[in-house]
Ligand binder design. Structure first.
Ligand code: ADP
Length: 501
């Protein structure tokens, strides 16, 4: 469907009613029937209706997809193309993503409640990410080593081979493209197992990739449950590398699966409990309160880089905590197909209940809650900021994946750094202050893959094309983005050519 985005809730609804999503797996260059009749339902969190019931694929379909990816990798149909040709095809795919943006955004909105205006932005960013990967891979260089004049000694970067990708539901297409882009651009073939909550846009992507010129077998997408299709992919001996974004608990299982089978390389982007540190010289409290609120409210807090811990200089803590809760009201709760909505329901009823249990436990522990004036409802708990949270409290340590922040006061920069580093995670962090030298000194001591001073993670001007992020601690390992993010999908290979003479 190549349509301009509708401008009203009604028109988006009408478009949704006409959509007939295809949930069949895409293997070896075409849609396939699954080998059995079992299915799973994708439920729209906005109204509880079933969006589609894709086949519940398992080891058989994963086996077929890996065989197709292996054949494409071994045959060199993709890896042997010049990098510029691969990049051209990926750029054609980026254009197709934009052309079909309305349909892809609609699918993501229907599957997991991401407000459609944010989903449209997301599709644009996904296409851009793909172009960045294509452009970067065109410029990947090896090295010529010093050696005897009668030889040519080279250090090369070569594809890993078959890359398995397992992705979550929070930004379904965007996160998937964050893996598919660098994997394909560097010459790998891919088997993607998207989240069972939201596989439809990723399946559609495979159709578009085929039309853009990707050879059969290079990108395969298999819908199914984590414990079945996901586990089968993680345990498959012909998968050379597994790239995963999701929970730390599942990341652990994947490490076991790799250890128990073929020691496939792993690339894990796991949970986070990211700190936003506010020093006492931070300046305009009103603008800052909005930035802090936005840091954990985007997508209802369902993002691994949510700035869900507010670590605030003691003299500002009470005032700022209150203001941050007020500022969450900028997020407009409503139906995700209403273009004015910026806060939809959480992705599933189970996720909503889980977040509510975190809130209930924090309240039962006696923590003071500042609630958002926007209230909750429609599958979304009322956003809340907890004040004076002891650093070891559950709400300050565990990833909630909802519109919840925990504020903790500090008395010195040393203590701020200690608190910032005081969880098992280490994904991203922000520091807010007026004195850049002081901000830099604190930022350098925080163990996180990306630390931004006076800017939200991933937002202008913090978002730059070549930024590379590699998590610390139980947030995982393996770089994403930039040159290091491309290298992660390659291996070092030495090649020596001895010249007769
Ligand atoms: P969440 O709780 O946020 O859904 P998960 O880590 O459970 O996070 O899910 C992220 C992805 O991991 C999904 O695609 C899911 O199907 C997959 N997954 C879940 N459990 C397993 C498993 N045991 N093996 C492989 N993949 C899994």
């Amino acid at each position: 469907m190549t349509l301009p985005p509708p401008t009203s809730h009604q028109d988006w609804q009408a478009l949704a009613a006409r959509l007939t999503p295809d949930g069949r797996p895409f293997i070896g260059g075409r849609r396939m029937e699954a080998h059995n009749e079992r299915r799973f339902d994708i439920v729209n969190p906005a109204d509880g209706r079933t969006v589609a019931s894709p086949p519940r694929c398992g080891a058989v379909e994963i086996g077929a997809a890996v065989a197709a990816a292996r054949a494409a990798a071994d045959g060199g149909v993709w890896s042997d193309l010049p990098a510029t040709r691969r990049a051209d095809i990926l750029r054609a795919l980026a254009r197709a993503i934009e052309t079909h943006g309305t349909e892809l955004a609609l699918l993501d909105t229907l599957q997991m409640g991401l407000p459609v205006s944010l989903a449209m932005d997301d599709i644009g960013l996904a296409a851009r990410k793909l172009r960045e990967a294509a452009a970067g891979a065109e410029r990947l260089q090896g090295a010529v080593l010093p050696g005897a004049p009668s030889s040519l000694a080279l250090n090369l970067r070569v594809p890993q081979g078959v890359v398995g990708a397992i992705t979550p539901w929070n930004f379904p297409l965007f996160v998937a493209l964050g893996k598919i882009g660098p994997a394909l651009a560097t010459g790998n073939t891919v088997v993607l197992k998207p989240s069972e909550l939201a596989p439809l846009a990723c399946l559609r992507l495979a159709d578009l990739a085929q039309e853009a010129g990707l050879p059969p077998g290079v990108l395969n997408v298999v819908p199914g449950l984590g414990a079945e299709a996901g586990q089968a992919l993680a345990s498959h001996r012909d998968v050379d590398m597994l790239s995963f974004t999701g929970s730390t608990a599942t990341g652990r299982l994947l490490m076991h699966a790799s250890a128990d089978t073929n020691l496939k390389a792993l690339h894990l982007e796991l949970g986070g409990k990211s700190p936003q540190v506010v020093l006492d010289d931070c300046g305009d409290l009103d603008a800052l309160a909005q930035a802090l609120a936005d840091g954990f409210m985007f997508n209802g807090g369902q993002l691994c880089v949510a700035g869900s811990r507010l670590i605030i200089a003691r003299e500002l803590a009470a005032e700022l905590t209150h203001r941050v809760a007020e500022k969450t009201a900028r997020w407009r709760l409503g139906h995700p197909l209403d273009p004015a909505t910026t806060l939809g329901p959480l992705a599933s009823a189970a996720q909503c209940a889980r977040v509510q249990r975190f809130i209930d436990r924090a309240e039962a522990a006696g923590l003071a809650a500042h609630r958002s004036p926007c209230g909750g409802g429609a599958g979304m708990p009322a956003p809340v900021v907890f004040a004076d949270v002891p650093p070891d409290a559950e709400i300050a340590q565990e990833e909630v994946f909802g519109p919840v922040a925990a504020a903790t006061p500090f008395d010195s920069d040393d203590e701020a750094v200690r608190l910032a580093n005081g969880t098992r995670y280490g994904l991203v962090a922000t520091v807010w202050c007026s004195d850049p030298a002081r901000g830099l000194a604190v930022a350098r001591r925080i163990r996180a893959g990306a630390v931004t001073v006076n800017a939200r993670t991933g937002h202008a001007p913090a978002r730059t094309v070549d930024a590379s992020l590699e998590p610390f601690g139980e947030s995982g390992f393996g770089a994403e983005g930039g040159l290091a993010g491309l290298w992660a999908y390659t291996r070092a290979r030495h090649l020596l050519l001895n010249l007769p003479g």
